[in-house]
Design a protein around this ligand. Structure first.
Ligand code: NAP
Length: 548
C-alpha cells in the first residue's frame, strides 16, 4: 500500500537533458502519468552545465540535432556549423516549450533513491527535496558525461582564489580579464576553453597530464543556402545517419552531377600504409592535418597508427615554431584514436602567445595545492583562478552515486563494483522495469550521441507501450543474455585503438582513481546495434524475461 503522501505514477524519468527531454515527449505522447526530475534549474543536461568559454558541438549541428520532428527541423535556424553552447541550450529550451514538456519536469530536484518493491512491482523514488513517489517504470536519462571528475590533489581546498570546473560552470560566466589563470586538464573541454580564456587572462598556465591529438574544427558561420538545402534534404540525411555505424551522414550538400569538362576533385588515400613517406607529407600539405584522422588503417593497425602519430608530432613541431612548447604538447605514449577525437579552434595558436604556458605533468608531478597556487616537484606556480577541465566520472559515475536497489534489496552500485553489467545497455538483471538511456554496453558516446539517444528512447518507449498493451507486468534481462552481451561488448572492443594496452581514457574508466577498468561503450557500431535491438523485439524480446 502506498502511504497517503506518496504520489503514484506510471513512470519516472531522471534527467532533462537531450535524452530526458525526448523521453518526456514520448511518454507524454503515450499518455502516461509520469514525472521527470532534473537537478539543474533548466533543461539541457550537459548543455546546461558546461557553459565554459569556447564550449560548442564537435559535430556538424545539422546532424547533432533531433530528428524526431520534421517541423522542428524546418523551423530552427543554426548560426554556425558547430553551434556554440548558448545556441544549443536555446534550442533545447525551444524544444521544451514547442512540445509543452516543462509541466512534466520538476527542476532543481535530484533523485537520491530508487528502490524496487517486488510485491507491489513498483519503484519507490525519493528526491533531495523530500518527494516520495512510486512508479511502475523508472528510466534513467542521466547522461554519460555528468559527474565531474576532480583530481585527488593534496590540500585541494586550501587555494584562496576562485575555483571552477568546466562541467559545472556558473551561469553568469567568469571574467578572466587581467587575471592569472591555471587550468588543469587538456582534453576536449580544456582544448576548447584555453584559447578563449587566453584572450582575457594576463597569464594562463595549462597543467597537462596527457597531450591530445587534436584537429581543426573548421567551424564557420552557417551558410544560409547550405542550411536551406539541408532542410530540404533532411529525410535523406537522417536515412544516411541510420545507415552509418557512427550515426553520421557526413552531409556536405546535394550531390552534383560530375562535370565532364572539369577534373575530378582530388581525394586523400584511404590507407596511410599504401603511401610513400613523401606522399604522406604531400597529403598533409594538400588536405591539412585532418587527413591523418581519416586513414582507415590507423584505426586497427598499430604500424599505420604509429606512422600517423609520428607525422602528427612533426607537423606540430613545424606549426608551433617553439620546440620546447611543441615537445610538451606532443602526444607520445598512446595511439591516435585511443581517446575520443578532439577538435579545436586555435588551440595551438593560443600557445604561440608568450602569456600562455604549458606544464608537462609527464616531466613533473603535482605535489600539492597551496593557498596561492600549485606546487609541482619542480616549481611553485602562483595564480588567481584555478580551472579544472578534468572531465567526468563517465557513464557510471552518476548512477553509482544514487541508491538504486532492485530485487532482494540488491544495490546496483554493488552489482557494478567490478564494472557495469547490463544487457544491451538498456536493462540489468535484478532490476525489472528499470531502463537506462545510452547505458554502458550501448554505442552512446562512441557515436553521434544524439542519434543513439533517439534510438534508445524510442526502443524504451515502444517497449513500455508493448508491456502495457499486453498486460505484461515486468521486463528484465535473462542472466545468460546479460553475460553474453558483456562478452560481446568486450569482443567488439578487441583490436581497437581504444583498448590498446597503452591507452587510458574515460571510455575505459582509467581517468578516475580506483574505478574498474574495461571498455564501457559498445564499439560494434550504431547501425549494427540498432539492427540487434530490432531483432530482439522481432523475436519476442529475446534475452528478456517478460512476466504477466
Ligand atoms: P577528458 O577528455 O577526460 O579530459 C580531462 C583532462 O584532464 C585530460 O587531459 C586528463 O588527463 C586531465 N586530468 C584528469 N585528471 C587529472 C589529474 N588528476 N591531474 C592532471 N590532469 C588530469 O574530459 P573533457 O575534456 O571534459 O571531455 C570529456 C568528454 O566530454 C569528451 O571526450 C567529449 O566526449 C565530451 N565533450 C564534448 C565536447 C563537444 O561536444 N564539443 C566538448 C567537451 C567535452 P588524462 O587524459 O591523462 O586522463
Amino acid at each position: 500500500m502506498a502511504d497517503s503522501n506518496e504520489q503514484v505514477l506510471d513512470a519516472i524519468v531522471v534527467g532533462a537533458g537531450m535524452a530526458g527531454l525526448y523521453m518526456t515527449k514520448r511518454l507524454k505522447d503515450q499518455g502516461l502519468n509520469f514525472r521527470t526530475f532534473e537537478a539543474g534549474s533548466g533543461v539541457g543536461g550537459a548543455w546546461f552545465w558546461n557553459r565554459y568559454p569556447g564550449c560548442r558541438a564537435d559535430l556538424p549541428i545539422i546532424e547533432y540535432s533531433y530528428s524526431f520532428s520534421r517541423e522542428l527541423e524546418q523551423e530552427w535556424d543554426w548560426s554556425e556549423v558547430m553551434a556554440p553552447q548558448p545556441e544549443i541550450e536555446r534550442y533545447l529550451n525551444h524544444v521544451a516549450d514547442r512540445f509543452d514538456l516543462r509541466r512534466h519536469i520538476q527542476f532543481e530536484t535530484k533523485v537520491t533513491d530508487a528502490i524496487y518493491d517486488e510485491n507491489a512491482n513498483r519503484w519507490t523514488v525519493k528526491t533531495d527535496r523530500g518527494d516520495t513517489l512510486t512508479a511502475t517504470y523508472c528510466i534513467l536519462a542521466t547522461g554519460c558525461l555528468n559527474e565531474p571528475n576532480y583530481p585527488n590533489f593534496k590540500n585541494a581546498d586550501t587555494f584562496q582564489g576562485d575555483v571552477y570546473h568546466t562541467a559545472k560552470w556558473p551561469a553568469e560566466g567568469v571574467d578572466f580579464t587581467g587575471k592569472r589563470v591555471a587550468i588543469v586538464g587538456c582534453g576536449s573541454s580544456g582544448v576548447q576553453a584555453i584559447p578563449e580564456i587566453a584572450k582575457q587572462a594576463s597569464q594562463l598556465i595549462a597543467f597537462q597530464r596527457s597531450p591530445v591529438y587534436t584537429f581543426p574544427a573548421n567551424n564557420r558561420p552557417m551558410n544560409p543556402a547550405f542550411l536551406a538545402q539541408a532542410k530540404k534534404d533532411y529525410e535523406e540525411i537522417r536515412e544516411r545517419q541510420r545507415g552509418n555505424e557512427m550515426g553520421i551522414a557526413n552531409y556536405s550538400g546535394p550531390k552534383k552531377p560530375a562535370d565532364p569538362n572539369k577534373p575530378a576533385k582530388p581525394k586523400p588515400s584511404r590507407k596511410i600504409l599504401e603511401l610513400t613517406p613523401e606522399q604522406r607529407k604531400a597529403e598533409i600539405q594538400q588536405f591539412g592535418i585532418n587527413v591523418l584522422s581519416g586513414y582507415v588503417d590507423t584505426y586497427f593497425n598499430p604500424e599505420a597508427n604509429e606512422i600517423a602519430c609520428q607525422l602528427y608530432r612533426e607537423w606540430l613541431q613545424e606549426t608551433l615554431g617553439n620546440p620546447q612548447k611543441a615537445d610538451a604538447l606532443s602526444p607520445k605514449n598512446y595511439p591516435l584514436h585511443c581517446k575520443r577525437p578532439v577538435i579545436d579552434t586555435n588551440y595551438y595558436e593560443a600557445f604561440k602567445q608568450d602569456h600562455v604556458a604549458i606544464v608537462d605533468l609527464r616531466e613533473t608531478s603535482v605535489e600539492e595545492v597551496t593557498p596561492k597556487g600549485l606546487r609541482t616537484t619542480d616549481a611553485e606556480y602562483e595564480f588567481d583562478v584555478l580551472v579544472y577541465a578534468t572531465g567526468f566520472d563517465a557513464m557510471t559515475g552518476t548512477i553509482m552515486r544514487m541508491n538504486i536497489r532492485g530485487r532482494d534489496g540488491q544495490s546496483l552500485a554493488d552489482k557494478w563494483r567490478h564494472g557495469p553489467r547490463m544487457y544491451m545497455g538498456l536493462q540489468a538483471v535484478g532490476f525489472p522495469n528499470f531502463f537506462t538511456v545510452t547505458g554502458p554496453g550501448s554505442p552512446s558516446v562512441v557515436s553521434n550521441v544524439l542519434h543513439s539517444i533517439e534510438q534508445h528512447v524510442e526502443w524504451i518507449d515502444n517497449c513500455i507501450a508493448h508491456l502495457r498493451a499486453n498486460g505484461i507486468k515486468t521486463i528484465e534481462p535473462e542472466q545468460a543474455a546479460e553475460e553474453a552481451w558483456i562478452e560481446h561488448v568486450n569482443e567488439a572492443g578487441k583490436g581497437s585503438m581504444m583498448t590498446a594496452p597503452s591507452c587510458n581514457s574515460w571510455y575505459l574508466g582509467s581517468n578516475v582513481d580506483g574505478k574498474p577498468q574495461g571498455i564501457m561503450p559498445y564499439l560494434g557500431g550504431t547501425k549494427t546495434y540498432r539492427e540487434k535491438c530490432d531483432e530482439v523485439v522481432a523475436e519476442g524480446f529475446k534475452g528478456f524475461a517478460l512476466a504477466s
